[in-house]
Design a protein around this ligand. Structure first.
Ligand SMILES: [Zn+2]
Length: 354
């Protein structure tokens, strides 16, 4: 007869070994040693036949309990280690990736920035939104009707000379063009308002425009405009002047004011050019403003009844005003940029200043 097996000691020893196993391989080794073919547990099982029935039953139950207990502990430990090993493997992969690209991982990336024209447009939009205007956009490729016809500039009208236009070779000659100003968006907006049963319009329309200008210090063939349109009942020229002044002080600062001078545009009557206090000399007079203290920013006026007729608005009931100016020109004046071509040359030494 073999020496009686201390089952409790065997379970305690194997449990401790499993708890300290650091890998799933170690768990397998401990399990094989405690429960495998050559284990004391299996040997004790084999010797059960030599015992009397009561002892056999009692020891058999203890050996089965011990096996189940150890198997459960081994399973828990294996699962815990598998999870940890998976996590470690994933972590190692991630670290490997970093080590393969040490230079890129360590060098600080230089951050890009918005272009001055974009930040200027954003600031102008913010100013007008703060004044209660909504921002509306329209297509850059337009028909003659939207760019000219609906704006009281019929074909062969001498005023067309004010816009040296890029025409596209599409359809009949000179019917499709790159818009020469943002005013076509006004026409589209008024048509949409009429189609919806007509309600007041308070909108600004920023966007890119095209003219056959030779680039110089003050002109670019591709430039940006922002245009405003208000149509409501009882709108007067005083509302226009007040809006221009409110915008000027809100955008350029409290020392900069506006004034209007008579002008001519086909789509407004009366029309005016608006000037603001020279941003360089603050009104005392310098070379840029030719000693006057004022510089021209844009044009404006009361919407011409012929434009209302073209879009189907009742000019007896509704009145309105429009204004427009160059966004690039605005940036040029606000930041004292000598040559507008700097805005499109993409020289980062220039662009990084803003
Ligand atoms: Zn000046």
């Amino acid at each position: 007869m073999t020496a009686p097996l201390d089952v409790d000691a065997l379970v305690a020893e194997a449990s401790a070994a499993l708890a300290s196993a650091g890998t799933t391989d170690e768990v397998r080794q401990v399990t094989t040693a405690a429960l495998g073919k050559r284990s004391p547990l299996v040997a004790a099982h084999r010797s059960l036949g030599g015992l009397d029935p009561d002892e056999r039953r009692a020891l058999g139950r203890r050996l089965d309990d011990a096996r189940r207990t150890l198997e459960a502990i081994a399973d828990d430990r294996r699962r815990a280690l598998e999870a940890a090993e998976l996590e470690a493997a994933l972590l190692a992969e991630r670290l490997d990736l970093g080590e393969e690209l040490p230079d890129r991982a360590r060098s600080p990336l230089s951050r890009g920035a918005l272009h001055l024209v974009t930040t200027t447009r954003d600031a102008l939009e913010d100013t007008f939104v703060g004044m209660g205007f909504e921002v509306v956009e329209g297509p850059e490729v337009e028909t003659d009707w939207y760019n000219f016809g609906a704006l009281n500039i019929p074909p062969a009208h001498p005023a067309r000379g004010m816009w040296d236009t890029f025409y596209l070779a599409v359809g009949e000659p000179e019917t499709v063009l790159l818009r020469a100003h943002t005013s076509p968006v006004q026409v589209r907006l008024m048509e949409a308002a009429v189609a919806a049963g007509m309600s007041p319009i308070h909108a600004v329309m920023p966007g890119r425009c095209y003219r056959r200008d030779t680039p110089d210090a003050r002109h670019l063939p591709v430039f940006h405009q922002v245009e405003g349109l208000v149509v409501d009942e009882g709108i007067t020229f005083a509302d226009l002047a007040g809006t221009i002044e409110t915008f000027t002080t809100a955008y350029f600062g409290p020392e900069i004011h506006s004034r209007l001078r008579p002008a001519f545009f086909p789509f407004t009557e009366p029309s005016a050019e608006f000037e603001i206090t020279c941003t360089l000399c603050r009104g005392t007079g310098c070379r840029t403003c030719s000693g006057t203290g004022w510089i021209e920013l844009g044009g404006c006026g009361m919407v011409d009844p012929a434009v209302f007729d073209a879009v189907g608005i009742d000019g007896e009931r509704w009145t309105g005003f429009a204004f427009g100016f160059g966004i690039d020109r605005c940036a040029q004046m606000r930041h004292q940029i000598a040559d507008m071509r700097s805005l499109v040359e993409n020289d980062v030494r220039f662009l990084r200043q803003f």
